[in-house]
Design a protein around this ligand. Structure first.
Ligand code: PRP
Ligand code: MN
Ligand code: MG
Length: 181
């Protein structure tokens, strides 16, 4: 454990802004899936905070499942190589799948996950991401719900890590380059 405040340059989304936005998105999601068999699929580990808070903003209950993939390793650049570390627990045939993510950076991770899940005969697959970096996109992804667009900087907090650290920050902030260079 270490003091992390000194490693941050600027805050992009405060805890309060995140909660307000997730509250708005939860209502939109709930309305969209009314009467449908919704399954929330979180992408470990970054999406743990988004999943926990989005779910608690939903007006009703929906089940969740998790996939663990990795594209970053311990560095700061996406490799494009996606590995399944943990697959879903259950079959998703006929289910309306909503993938819940913390961030779309290059988009490589989610485009791969979406294609993978779409091949399993779900009723639908949509994406909700708290954060998106438009200037970092390497592939186009149809993303139905986006919390915030942010600049192409290396950000940490609210689930997002650098070398497995900083996930517990309540805000999303840019990591100072001296930390990783
Ligand atoms: C991060 C982040 C997204 C992905 C986005 O996950 O949580 O899942 O990278 O990057 P991309 O759009 O460039 O593919 P990471 O692979 O670091 O694993 P983690 O969630 O366990 O931190
Ligand atoms: Mn992730
Ligand atoms: Mg990571």
């Amino acid at each position: 454990a270490k003091d992390i405040e000194a490693d941050l340059i600027r805050v992009h989304c405060t805890e309060e802004q995140i909660q307000t936005r997730l509250g708005e998105l939860a209502v939109e999601v709930w309305d969209h899936y009314e009467g449908k068999d919704l399954l929330l699929v979180g992408v470990l580990k970054g999406a743990v905070m988004v999943m926990a808070d989005l779910m608690r903003h939903l007006p009703g209950s929906a089940p969740m499942d998790w996939m663990a993939v990795s594209s970053y390793g311990s560095g700061t650049k996406s490799s494009g190589v996606v590995r399944i570390l943990k697959d879903l627990d259950a079959d998703i045939t006929g289910k309306h799948v909503l993938i819940v993510e913390d961030i779309i950076d290059s988009g490589l991770t989610l485009s791969w996950i979406r294609a993978n899940l779409s091949s399993r005969n779900p009723a639908s697959v949509e994406i909700l991401t708290l954060l998106r970096k438009p200037d970092a996109a390497k592939v186009e992804i149809d993303t139905r719900w986006v919390g915030f667009d942010i600049p192409n900087e290396f950000v940490v907090g609210y689930g997002l890590d650098y070398d497995e650290g900083y996930r517990n920050l309540r805000d999303v902030a840019t990591l100072a380059p001296h930390v990783y260079s």
